[in-house]
Write a protein that binds this ligand. Structure first.
Ligand code: PGA
Length: 252
């Protein structure tokens, strides 16, 4: 049985005061959550304050990106050990907005995933196709390539610690959500790739979130499909009640 995980990616929203207020509001909504892992993913400058705001509650914290190196002359970058030192336990890797605006590659994601695991952080590795790829019937091949390259060289013991997120790029922030059937098809394919790479036991244990216009009113239908283990939520994670409603919708 995989434990569902719902993460709220705040992207480049909030300021220090509103980030702390949102974290406290989510904490109040989900103070007794015991069936779903919940993660808040604020911008870097607010990680420590958000971690403090949810400390001692079931709500966890993650970062939106990292650099693969631990330290060095990399102005503007943030390393996994820095993230860990704030109290965060998760980090998104390869979000489509990073792939698009920062030219992130699968190989670069692989390096970040290894660095995060070495720092005892849980990577949330994002994969997903653009609309032209879906229309050309290339979705499963592209996602398979992203998974194989991103997880290249990992052992089964490492892979089991990962979270994956399938996010069709055409569904992110557009209100155009994948149908449960479309999402389940890709999730099942991801699991078959994981089985090929790491064996059935590991593939069965790895959680694969869906992301892309998940809202309170479509969450249950999507997130109760057999290979969908929760959600990576953007827009709807900026309102505590809406985000908490998505968490409630995925409770087993
Ligand atoms: P969205 O974003 O829920 O606003 O579509 C999802 C994401 O980018 O993770």
């Amino acid at each position: 049985m995989r434990r569902p995980i719902v993460a709220g990616n705040w992207k480049m929203h909030t300021d220090l005061a509103s980030a702390v207020a949102l974290a406290k509001a989510v904490r109040a909504e989900l103070a007794d959550e015991s069936a779903v892992d919940v993660v808040l993913i604020p911008p870097f400058p607010f990680l420590a304050a958000v971690a403090e705001a949810v400390a001692g509650s079931p709500v966890g914290v993650g970062a939106q990106d990292c650099r693969a190196e631990s330290a060095g002359a990399y102005t503007g970058d943030v390393s996994p050990p820095m993230i860990a030192s704030t109290g965060a336990a998760f980090c998104v890797v390869g979000h489509s907005e990073r792939r698009e605006y920062h030219a992130e590659t699968n190989a670069g994601c692989n390096a970040k995933i290894r660095a995060l695991l070495a720092a005892n952080l849980t990577p949330i590795y994002c994969v997903g196709e653009r609309l032209d790829v879906r229309e050309a019937d290339g979705t499963l091949d592209l996602v398979e390539t992203q998974v194989r390259a991103g997880l290249d060289g990992l052992s089964a013991a490492e892979a089991v610690k990962l979270v994956l997120a399938y996010e069709p790029v055409w569904a992110i922030g557009t209100g155009k959500v994948a149908t449960p059937k479309q999402a389940q098809e890709v999730h099942a394919h991801i699991r078959s790739v994981l089985t090929d790479l790491f064996g059935a036991d590991t593939a069965d244990a790895v959680r694969v979130q869906y992301g892309g216009s998940v809202k309170a009113d479509n969450a249950r239908e999507l997130l109760t499909r057999p290979d969908i283990d929760g959600a990576l939520v953007g827009g709807a994670s900026l309102r505590a009640f809406d985000f908490a409603s998505i968490v409630r919708a995925v409770r087993p």
